[in-house]
Ligand binder design. Sequence first.
Ligand code: CUA
Length: 157
Amino acid sequence: MHMHRLEKIWLGIGVSMLAVFLLVLGIMTFGQGIAPPNEHVHHIDPTKVSETAPFDKPQLTKIGDNEYEAVMVAYAFGYDPAEPMEVPAGATVHFKVTSSDVVHGFEIPGTNVNIMVTPGEMSQITHTFDKPGEYLILCNEYCGIAHEMMKTTLVVK
Ligand code: CUA
């Protein structure tokens, strides 16, 4: 009777370990399966942002009929380009943003633009600015001592 019980315990341990092993394997496989497919395509060496196209030339470019591309670099503590960017009312702007140091935010209050900017990746968001005005672009991820100062402006005329 004693031996029988011990065997049950050992069997139980064996089954538990197998279950844990399968769970870990499953998590690893699942994790790989759900990784964004473009993560590697957009991999950028954060230390080489200033040499990596298109971020070697952060700028606003007209790419179509009232359509613009804003290539920007977030850093502690600001954004490149630093000067206010200007677009006409009704412009659709495709933002492409990366970070050259730590995680930053990229939020334009009053719009649906609110993304996280992670070093090594290109974050993208598109917005159409129908109403003229001065739009603040600000960092909403705590990134250091001057986090509150990290902002720039988009002017919609
Ligand atoms: Cu960048 Cu807070």
